[in-house]
Design a binder for this molecule. Structure first.
Ligand code: NAP
Length: 544
């Protein structure tokens, strides 16, 4: 295994992996096990990806911990035990560290290093990556495990750099504890991140001012500890669980209903919704099959949840402002909370409705809205990400004939299976923007994608092939399918990062595969089973 040093001489490898989140960690392990000379490059100081950066109070995964974990190693899943149904960030990061230690992954990574460019060398049939440390690394294969949520986005509000108090970004949270006691704290953003912060910081801050523009839908998480008996039983069933996850539209273990909403009489529908609310988690999605395709069914669930908000929040004005309207429930990523709405009943927590009183600017001392200024000691930004494409387009990525990925994707991302891009041979993305990305379990998707790429590389090695590129026809076919499925989904009806509308100037559209992880996996398998008929290959100049 070569270890690239800071040098002007290019380091030659077999595979470059970008990112040390769950996708990149598995990719590095997989290629190393296959005998390839592989190095992972990661901007953060250690493994964990989004869980390395997002250390904000209350950070937690809203997928069940037993689902949101690797299935590729039975030793790992037997040795690791989760403590809660929905694990908090420290436990997930501890898990990433456990896996890195157990598989001795760190020796194959370069941390605190960012890839700034990656350029295809046609003559050499290899990718030449340059890092912000000035290293040049060459390899025939480049795997981008850069994550759909890794480029934080500041709000488009004038004056951010003027604020003299403590400015905290959720996605780059300090590693040291932050003390909120007695402080006047403001937060902008009420997506999944903001909701988790509000419910935690509201109980700690002197005063908390929540600047909410669009209210999100959030449902009770009802998190709980996992009992030792449950864990022991689950460990016996891991193989069957992982198989079930491969067959599941969300890539998790929770079965998805085949029962349409209106197949039940009204009173039974009400009972089912009440049960789903009490049960917590994503039970609603497991109760009915058509909540993302039938507007009327969706409206009824939305009414049910709005009524619950009204019952919990004591101040009628705040309750009304917290009720989402004008877009379908579940069309924005549904959040899971722990007493989020109850937080607004605390005397020190204030909802600032930016729909009726918009933010004008950030000042030296706080936030000024049309009505007046709120003075703050601390300001938290939970304003989301340049998602799905942001991390890939942040790299100067040039394929055949020097073509920039940024240019190719000027009207939105186009790829085959979210993994391969026409004009960019031997470049792969895991959990890419035209796969099921954020609509399913990202660890399940990453394992699927890394295995698919690994099998393709093995095929190329066996056949003496130097490069693989998806044909334009195959890429078009995949994108037509992605866009046709998107047309039928209510998901495209909300303004969210799912459709790119949260970033000014970004092309809008639902480009994720909404057909479910199980169907996506079947497409991946069919592509391999066809002998990679969708790809064009070039013979090797030399064997990898
Ligand atoms: P997000 O869902 O994009 O939310 C960003 C928030 O910032 C929105 O409320 C947005 O309001 C607000 N905002 C942005 N610019 C603003 C401005 N100029 N003025 C006022 N408000 C502004 O981002 P996120 O909460 O970080 O979540 C992103 C994704 O990360 C989630 O959807 C989820 O997939 C993942 N995540 C998961 C978990 C979990 O597993 N529990 C936790 C955190 C995050 P508008 O909607 O009006 O633009």
């Amino acid at each position: 295994m070569s270890n690239p040093q800071t040098t002007s001489q290019p380091t030659r490898l077999d595979v470059i992996v970008v990112g040390a989140g769950f996708g990149g960690m598995y990719a590095v392990y997989k290629f190393r096990e296959m005998g390839y000379d592989v190095t992972g490059i990661e901007a953060g100081g250690d493994v964990g990806g989004v869980w390395y950066w997002n250390r904000y109070p209350g950070a937690r995964c809203d997928l069940m911990s037993v689902d949101y974990s690797y299935g590729f190693s039975d030793e790992i899943q037997q040795e690791w035990s989760w403590s809660e149904q929905f694990a908090a960030q420290p436990e997930i990061l501890a898990y990433a560290n456990f896996v890195a230690d157990r598989l001795d992954l760190r020796k194959s990574f370069r941390f605190n290093t960012r890839v700034t460019s990656a350029i295809w060398d046609e003559a050499g049939k290899l990718w030449r990556a340059t890092t912000d440390r000035g290293e040049v690394i060459e390899a025939p294969f480049c795997v981008m495990s850069t994550g759909p949520l890794s480029i934080p986005k500041d709000p488009d509000i004038p004056g951010l750099d003027r604020f003299k108090g403590q400015l905290l970004r959720a996605q780059k949270w300090p590693h040291e504890p932050v003390d909120f006691a007695g402080k006047r704290v403001g937060i902008i953003g009420t997506g999944s991140t903001g909701i988790q912060i509000v419910q935690e910081v509201g109980r700690k801050a002197g005063e908390l001012f929540v600047f909410q523009r669009t209210p999100s839908w959030t449902l009770p998480m009802r998190n709980h500890d996992l009992e030792p008996d449950y864990i022991a039983e689950m460990k016996k069933h891991y193989p069957a669980m992982r198989e079930a996850m491969r067959m599941n539209p969300t890539g998790g273990t929770r079965p998805v209903s085949t029962r349409p909403f209106f197949s039940l009489p009204p009173s039974q529908r009400q009972d089912v919704m009440e049960h789903a609310w009490q049960d917590g988690g994503h039970t609603f999605l497991a109760c009915f099959s058509d909540l993302l395709s039938n507007q009327e069914a969706n409206d009824q669930v939305a009414d049910f949840v709005r009524a619950k908000i009204g019952q919990i929040v004591e101040d009628p004005k705040a309750a009304e402002a917290l009720k989402p309207r004008g877009y379908p429930i579940f069309a924005r990523r549904p959040c899971l909370d722990t007493e989020y709405y109850e937080t607004y009943n605390l005397p020190n927590v204030h909802l600032m409705d930016c729909l009726t009183d918009p933010i004008v600017e950030i000042t030296e001392t706080g936030i000024r809205t049309e009505v007046g200024e709120t003075e703050l000691d601390m300001l938290i930004l939970a304003t989301g990400y340049d998602a799905l494409t942001g991390a890939l387009l942040a790299i100067d990525l040039r394929g055949r004939d020097g073509r920039l990925l940024r240019d190719k994707w000027a009207s939105g991302p186009r790829s085959f299976l979210g993994m391969m891009v026409e004009g960019f041979p031997n470049l792969f993305a895991t959990s890419g923007p035209n796969g099921p990305a954020a609509l399913a379990n990202l660890i399940t998707i990453a394992e699927n994608d890394v295995d698919w790429v690994a099998n393709l590389i093995e095929h190329m090695k066996a056949e003496g092939l130097a490069s693989a590129e998806v044909t334009k026809a195959a890429e078009d076919r995949w994108m037509n399918l992605v866009l046709a499925l998107a047309e039928r989904s209510l998901v495209r009806k909300a303004k969210t990062w799912w459709v790119g509308s949260n970033v000014k100037g970004k092309p809008e559209g639902l480009t994720m595969f909404v057909g479910g992880f199980n169907k996506y996996r079947e497409h991946c398998e069919a592509a391999a089973a066809s002998g990679y008929a969708d790809l064009s290959f070039e013979k090797a100049l030399e064997k990898v």
